[in-house]
Design a protein around this ligand. Structure first.
Ligand SMILES: Cc1cc2nc3c(=O)[nH]c(=O)nc-3n(C[C@H](O)[C@H](O)[C@H](O)COP(=O)(O)O)c2cc1C
Length: 409
């Protein structure tokens, strides 16, 4: 028999302590425990066309869905009784250090998502000790990014445009501003088919239609920010008007080739990385040519839909190019566990695109800080639970890739 008693009023009150509701940006961000939580906040606060431009991908969006699924299908193998009391997440990448095994990927039109744009990304990256990458289609100038991240590492992503002189001018300016690595993106000879943009009538600059006005009403802060801060300024392009696809179509040169790589190599004093590699022979060829690194990427599924999943390609590429080559990876990273698994399977570094942008849309600079915080604690916790104290200790034996999709041959 359980002994019963009358509850004491003081003890009842103890249970009934009501926490006053908290409002505002900090409270909102504190409640976000995962990148998916940040995405949900971003969706509520950002006009549909800008959110969809960020969140969406090409055609049926199968590439991005498969990439995320491949990360979900990881199985980890922890060692027992191997304490990892102090976890060190520092890593060496492309001639410098990074406090965490990830950096911020280049994204275009970033100030359209939230007005602080690249300044928030570069500032947050600098504060966290990780690299920030500015896109050719960025909306903050090279020099202003340097101001936002004066002591940290800045990387520049190059699109070779039809107007070669514009591209070369950017390369020179980035070198002069002390950017240490150039990412030459090679997966965008033409624009991918971004269906959500076409359906939303998404254009640069944003156009006011009945639909956009109706969508703006519950999101007044985005519009106030947009209308009361400096006009969108592109890092490079002067032409605007039309969808992003139109803009990319006008600007990109579909005939870029290895010759362009040779030219840029001569102009660029720092490290050079090819972003958008999607098969083993290309990876082997590029490393053989002496490039400083590769990013296995399908552009977050925004270019060729149904392209290979970079995380699946990773072990094959590392096997062929050797463990010393700098192979990096992006596409689909939503959790620190995705990053740990990539490093274990041989990636030297990872890049985050949308994970950063969800944070940005959820709360500007503080939102990007939150993204980095969430991923960082996920990385640390995963390493500690695996019994691993440093990045170098992560090995392929720590991860199995389970698979739902199996090639026919
Ligand atoms: C909104 C958006 C804009 C992007 N713009 C560029 C760009 O201008 N140049 C580039 O090389 N990659 C660009 N990317 C691709 C990212 O650099 C990166 O490869 C991709 O976002 C990684 O996938 P994730 O978003 O799942 O992390 C963009 C991605 C997004 C989501």
């Amino acid at each position: 028999m359980v002994q019963r008693q009358f509850p004491k009023p003081a003890e009842v009150l103890e249970f009934m302590k009501v926490k006053p509701p908290q409002f505002g940006r900090d409270a909102r961000l504190k409640k976000a425990l995962t990148i998916s939580d940040l995405r949900a906040i971003a969706k509520r606060r950002t006009p549909a066309a800008a959110f969809d431009y960020t969140d969406g991908a090409a055609d049926q969006e199968l590439s991005i869905a498969r990439a995320r699924e491949a990360f979900e299908d990881i199985e980890f193998h922890p060692d027992i009784l191997r304490p990892a009391e102090h976890v060190d997440t520092t890593t060496e990448i492309l001639g410098g250090t990074s406090a965490l095994p990830f950096g911020i990927a280049p994204t275009g039109f970033t100030r359209l998502m939230q007005t602080e744009g690249e300044t928030a990304g570069a500032g947050a990256a600098g504060a966290a000790g990780i690299p920030f990458t500015l896109s050719t289609l960025g909306t903050t100038s090279i020099e202003d990014v340097k101001k936002a991240n004066p002591n940290g590492r800045n990387w520049f992503q190059l699109y070779v445009l039809r107007d070669r002189e514009v591209s070369y001018g950017l390369v020179k300016r980035a070198a002069e501003a002390g950017f240490d690595t150039l990412h030459f993106t090679v997966d965008t000879p033409i624009a991918g088919n971004r269906m959500r943009d076409s359906r939303n009538g998404f254009s640069i600059p944003p156009q006011l239609t009945l639909g956009t006005i109706a969508n703006a009403i519950p999101r007044p802060w985005w519009w106030i920010d947009f209308l009361t801060t400096p006009k969108l300024e592109f890092a490079s392009l002067t032409s605007t008007g039309g969808t992003v696809g139109d803009l990319i179509g006008q600007a990109m040169d579909p005939t870029i080739s290895y010759e362009d790589l040779a030219t840029i190599r001569e102009m660029w004093p720092g490290k050079i990385v090819i972003k958008g590699v999607q098969n083993v022979p290309d990876a082997v060829k590029l490393i053989g040519m002496g490039v400083d690194g590769l990013v296995l990427s399908n552009h977050g599924g925004r270019q060729l839909d149904r392209a290979p999943i970079p995380f699946r390609l990773l072990p094959q590429v590392v096997k062929e190019v050797g463990a010393d080559a700098t192979v990096m990876i992006d596409t689909g990273i939503m959790n620190g566990q995705d990053i740990v698994a990539s490093i274990a399977l041989g990636a030297k570094f990872t890049l985050i695109g949308r994970a950063y942008l969800y944070g940005l849309m959820a709360g500007g600079r503080a939102g990007v800080d939150r993204t980095i915080q969430i991923l960082s604690s996920e990385v640390r916790r995963t390493m500690a639970l695996l019994g691993v104290s440093s990045i170098e200790e992560l090995e392929p034996r720590h991860v199995t890739q389970l698979t739902r999709l199996v090639p026919v041959r």
